[in-house]
Design a protein around this ligand. Structure first.
Ligand code: C5P
Length: 308
């Protein structure tokens, strides 16, 4: 997460994530599933600007959502199918901060979306985490990171990952996803990500998944990545949610076949889908394969890197 202060405003760059490993371990009494997942942040960012409100309406809280594509090409792109109302995770995070601290301060929040929606890239979760950080700063609440993480877990299973106590950009997450073990990956990883036309609901994918025994171990994947053994790491990529997602959405299967015909080190669906990614040797290969994937017209293809 990138945080910058401006006069009377805080600007936060909120990154997307990919799951390199996601094992569903079993269903819990609270309806959620226990997971073991390796998540990495990648350099596709939403931008959130939190600015102070005028003195005549000091408690006003507003959210404006803008599609970055329509900003760069006015008239292009459709309206964002994203609510700016109280159900948006950004607003829920803001109201939660007010509720737990008792502050009545207001803010104008502008969200510029670049991370595709309903794509398994945690776009909503990273925006929620950015809101906790941005408003904690704008409103001078001084809540410690550990307290923000507790609020984050109430907002969604993926939200705490973006508030890691050791911001390495990678963590093995357990429980619902909220128990973090930060890991350091010494090498930048290069990906091509394709988001097909349609998205999937996380809840629906989880409803169709069957918990199973692990095919591999997340520890093996982490160790291979830490030693730069990319071929071995690629063989450990795993996502238990891919099978149910393929049953629900044929575009995921089409992407799997298209990626399988290209020389990726490995390929996988991220999170609950529908985004699909391939792991590449280096950036040059990622750029070349993204261009080939654009030719298939299976979705928006873009290149992204994890941080090292
Ligand atoms: O926590 P989050 O709001 O992202 O979860 C969305 C839905 O995904 C939940 O309502 C639940 O149905 C499902 N889910 C789950 N187990 C998890 C995470 C999410 O069953 N660990």
């Amino acid at each position: 997460m990138l945080v910058r202060d401006e006069p009377r405003a805080v600007v936060v760059g909120a990154p997307a994530k990919l799951n390199l490993f996601l094992q569903v371990l079993g269903k819990r009494a609270d309806g959620f599933h226990d997971l073991e997942t390796l998540m990495v942040t990648v350099g596709i960012y939403d931008t959130l600007r939190f600015s102070a409100v005028s003195a005549d309406s000091p408690d006003a809280l507003t959210l404006t959502c803008v599609d970055a594509r329509s900003r760069s090409r006015p008239g292009a792109g459709e309206a964002l199918p994203l609510s700016s109302g109280p159900d948006n995770l950004v607003m829920r995070a803001a109201f939660m901060l007010r509720e737990v601290t008792g502050t009545q301060q207001g803010a104008n929040i502008e969200l510029v979306k670049r991370i595709p929606l309903a794509a398994g890239l945690a776009g909503g979760s990273t925006d929620a985490a950015a809101t906790l950080v941005g408003l904690n700063r704008l409103w001078k609440l001084n809540l410690p990171n550990a307290e923000l993480r507790v609020l984050a877990a109430r907002l969604g299973s993926d939200v705490p990952f973006f508030l890691s106590p050791v911001p390495t950009g990678a963590a093995v997450c357990r429980g619902r996803g909220e128990i973090l073990e930060p890991v350091r990956l010494p090498q930048r990883l290069h990906f091509v990500i394709v988001r097909p036309q349609s998205g999937l609901s996380t809840a629906q994918v989880f409803r169709h998944c069957r918990a199973g025994s692990a095919t591999g171990r997340v520890e093996d994947l982490v160790r291979h990545l830490q030693h730069g053994r990319l071929h071995a790491a690629a063989r450990c990529l795993h996502n238990s949610l891919q099978e149910p997602a393929e049953l629900l959405n044929v575009e995921v299967t089409q992407l799997k076949h298209a990626f399988g015909r290209m020389p990726f080190l490995g390929h996988l669906m991220s999170g609950s889908g529908t985004s699909y990614y391939g792991l590449c040797q280096h950036r040059r290969q990622a750029v070349a394969l993204a261009a080939r994937l654009r030719g298939t017209r299976l979705g928006d293809a873009f290149v992204a890197q994890s941080r090292s």
